[in-house]
Design a protein around this ligand. Structure first.
Ligand code: BG6
Length: 478
């Protein structure tokens, strides 16, 4: 369904995120017929370019990072006609009047702050000073949204001076992932799961987001951030919220975000012995984390595993184990819901202990598997075995699945539609930092050094030991 015509200004339009995700994503939506031809996309950045040069940058980015399948020849040229560029100085006055003259106020207008958070306040202020924004304008901001509670509050305050909360779209791209939205569909669209979705039936839940990449060219940023700030405070926290929240009364922005906020506020502080931090060491084909970040004594973690308790009626007694890291053995994001054993086995001890497990694969090969216990075929007596009911979304949904937009495409279109459901509200972000801060402060106060792990492994062995102490094991990263 096409959106209304719009003007979208991308501050940081020549930057990495714009080239990798935002511009190719917009092009794919254009090809899909979702962006009306009278819309306009204006790159705005400090570098001096004219529109023709910027269009060449956009074309190159689309070639490099994917134009999608649905695009016909000639569509790129048409799309490029929608692209303009203005050189602006976020902290000065250069370019602002020109930009203001290009943004049409009678259309939906959105301003994407694809820049460091240090510039958010300056941009918000100038959008008002140059009379570009009105009550219906939208601004889009990216993570990192602060590096602790104090900085997040300051950022929220600097945006709130000029924009209402209903105009602020804080992106967590995990919320734009198709399978992440599917978590809600699975939980609240089926009768099967929700009655069992609590500590009476669920033993524990694992959330693993494993990456094979290292910190790449982002060493400077990452060394100041670490996995806790880069992944746990936002992406893993959002997954945890969607898994753990109460059913919202409707699928609307505040109903969903109210429920997520309640989960974050119900999190217990994490005991130091319930967290393992890791850092990947050098290996045969890799110089290791410390070389990548340019600090031979870096104490920043590239891996975290933790046990989390949610203190509310639904989850008291059911731990959540979270794990994320770089340079692990496979790229996979998976949530495993481990149900309790049946209370009594009528088949006797020799049948073994069996339980149901629901695995939700977020990426790659999105899908769900439910382990069900059945009789081992052909054997005498009653021996039991677990078999997976396997549903790969790609197989089940056939060709439709190829059309699924990537997270950024989906989220940018939601901005234009004015739907904030898949964006983080200011109080949610602050609550997540309020929970994260004491953990990081504890590491710093104790001078904790992360455990070294091998590239291509499952992470530090201490992470296995942590969960083993509870008589449980991590599901394999594969
Ligand atoms: C980003 C982090 O937010 O998410 C990166 O800053 C991480 O460090 C990335 O690699 C993971 O995203 P995805 O979509 O590849 O799982």
């Amino acid at each position: 369904i096409p959106v209304e015509p719009f003007d979208l200004v991308i501050f940081g339009g020549t930057g990495d995120l714009a080239r990798r995700k935002i511009l190719p994503g917009l092009f794919r939506r254009y090809c899909a017929g979702q962006i009306p031809a009278d819309s306009q996309i204006i790159g705005a950045a400090r570098s001096e370019h004219d529109a023709t040069e910027f269009r060449a940058i956009v074309a190159e980015a689309i070639r490099e990072f994917g134009g999608g399948k649905a695009c016909e020849d000639g569509t790129l040229d048409e799309f490029l006609q929608r692209i303009d560029y203005v050189t602006v100085d976020a902290r000065g006055d250069t370019g602002w009047s020109e930009l203001a003259s290009k943004v049409r106020k009678d259309l939906i207008n959105a301003f994407y702050f694809s820049v460091g958070p240090g510039l958010f306040g300056d941009l918000a202020e100038r959008l008002h000073r140059y009379d570009m924004a009105d009550d219906d304008s939208r601004i889009v901001v990216e993570k990192p949204f602060g590096r602790d509670l104090a900085t997040a509050k300051a950022l929220n305050a600097s945006l709130a001076k000029h924009f209402d909360e209903t105009q602020i779209y804080r992106i967590d791209h995990y919320l734009g992932k198709e399978t992440v939205q599917n978590l809600m569909a699975v939980r609240f669209g089926n009768m099967l799961f929700e009655p069992l979705w609590n500590s009476q039936y669920i033993d524990h839940i694992q959330i693993s987001v494993a990456e094979t990449v290292g910190v790449g060219g982002r060493g400077g940023y990452y060394d100041k951030s670490g996995a806790m700030r880069d992944m746990v405070q936002n992406h893993l926290m959002q997954l945890l919220c969607l898994i753990a929240m109460e059913p919202p009364a409707k699928f609307d922005p505040d109903a969903v975000r109210d429920e997520k906020l309640k989960v974050i506020r119900a999190l217990d502080p994490v005991e130091p012995h319930h967290i393992v931090r890791g850092q990947y060491g050098p290996s045969a084909d890799d110089d290791g984390f410390r070389t990548h970040v340019g600090d031979p004594a870096s104490k920043t973690e590239s891996f975290v595993a933790m046990k989390i308790a949610i203190s509310n009626w639904r989850w008291a007694g059911t731990p959540f184990y979270l794990r994320t890291g770089k340079k692990l053995k496979a790229r996979t994001s998976e949530i495993t819901v481990v149900f309790k054993d049946a209370p009594h086995s009528i088949f006797g001890a020799e049948a073994g202990r069996h339980n149901n497990e629901l695995r939700i694969r977020l990426q790659p090969n999105e899908g769900m598997t439910l382990d069900v216990t059945i009789k081992e075929p052909g054997q005498g007596g009653m021996r039991l075995v677990d078999v997976p009911l396997d549903m790969s979304f790609a197989e089940a949904l056939g060709p439709n699945v190829a059309e699924v937009p990537d997270a950024y495409e989906r989220l940018i279109m939601d901005v234009i539609r004015g739907n904030q459901t898949l964006f983080m509200r200011g109080d949610e972000v602050e609550a997540a930092w309020a929970w994260t801060d004491p953990i990081i402060e504890g590491w710093q106060a104790r001078g904790e050094v992360p455990k070294t792990y091998d590239s291509g492994s499952d992470g530090p062995t201490d992470a296995m030991a942590m969960i083993a102490r509870d008589g449980r094991i991590w599901r394999e990263i594969k």
